[in-house]
Design a protein around this ligand. Sequence first.
Ligand SMILES: [Zn+2]
Length: 175
Amino acid sequence: MSSSNENSVPSSRTWNAMKKGIDVFKRGTRWSLGQDSNLRFWYDSWTSNGPLKSIIHGPLTKEKEEIKVMPYSHFANAEDRIIWNATANGNFNLNYAYILANGEAPQFFNGKWIWKLKVLPRIQSFIWMCIHNSIATRERLASRGLQVDTVCSMCNLHPETIIHLLRDCHVAAKC
Ligand SMILES: [Zn+2]
């Protein structure tokens, strides 16, 4: 396969399935920023809307072209990683992949409603962090490579996850 045009290569069921899979992958994923992100601000797909350069028109100066993306969370991964665009936690979701494969536009996660709530900004930030699994629970810290006991510090019975602390922990519920 020396051709650079993927539409001109011989057609087979396997190849057609691979082409469709690549398309679903491209449309369904984006980069999640790492602490030492090396992503290009304008050209890499790190928002759910694709590369910013595809949205914003006009020339960029050489200086602006070389701007890198900076992570906004202390809990960002060490390295940039590819995540599934349609879910709040970034995990793959077969239903959305099926919708994309059928040429439909899936409803990507939209947290704009959080910023319309009539509550204190720190409550809005807390909800946003919960939805994005960014609260430093023991399980989350362990998943980032820290050597911590993952058992809930309140009840000592179950893994300390956000949903456990906020909904399921019988000790936390009494606080
Ligand atoms: Zn507990």
